[in-house]
Design a protein around this ligand. Structure first.
Ligand code: SIN
Length: 189
């Protein structure tokens, strides 16, 4: 189901309005950074695993035929690699709109390769949001991703761009790479 979390996120202010903040991207925010930022650095967060369990009814699918996009699920001992962006708080406005189908701003600690860390923000879609699809056999998820299409383009592009970006970061992610292999084998119909 299509939802709109924009108004909820506007109230989720964990920072001073005039400071810059770190945003951690783990899905399209890694490879589609169409927003202004001061700097970006590869980073990781702890205790979370990336999963294609969130429905996309607005970007990579439609209300009748949703696609699947990334969210995070709690996974003690797991690290999730991604990209950190230092942004102005004002940049969250358009990002809230982009992430409106179920994602909420959440605070988390970001770790950088040099051993430093910082408090930051993620957009998280939890299992209690109406657009959440949850787990399914990998082959079923791959088939859904291979054929879904929405206003932002084919769902397969989201997955394959993410897999490429993770590969470039040297990231391990069996879930994403297994899905990408399966989707690459399925032709576009
Ligand atoms: C993210 O990339 O960090 C959030 C999910 C998405 O926009 O794909």
């Amino acid at each position: 189901m299509m939802i709109d979390t924009t108004h909820i996120n506007r109230e989720r202010v964990f920072f001073e309005e005039d400071q810059t903040i770190w945003l951690f991207g783990y899905g399209s925010l890694i490879w589609k950074a169409e927003f202004p930022f001061h700097e970006r650095r590869p980073a990781y967060i702890e205790g979370w695993a990336r999963r294609f369990w969130q429905g996309s009814h607005d970007h990579r699918g439609t209300p009748d035929a949703p696609g699947r996009v990334a969210t995070l699920v709690e996974s003690p001992g797991t690290t999730c690699q991604g990209m950190a962006y230092r942004i102005d708080v004002a940049t969250l406005g358009p990002l809230d709109v982009r992430e409106k189908n179920g994602y909420l701003r959440e605070q988390t600690v970001l770790h950088f390769a040099d051993g430093s860390h910082a408090e930051g923000l993620i957009y998280l879609a939890t299992s209690d949001n109406a657009a959440f699809l949850g787990d399914a056999p990998l082959d079923d998820m791959a088939r859904q991703i291979a054929f879904a299409h929405g206003p932002s383009g084919p769902n397969r592009d989201y997955l394959l761009h993410l897999a490429e970006a993770l590969d470039a970061l040297g990231a391990e992610d069996r879930h994403v790479f297994s899905l990408a292999q399966r989707v690459a084998k399925l032709g576009i119909e």
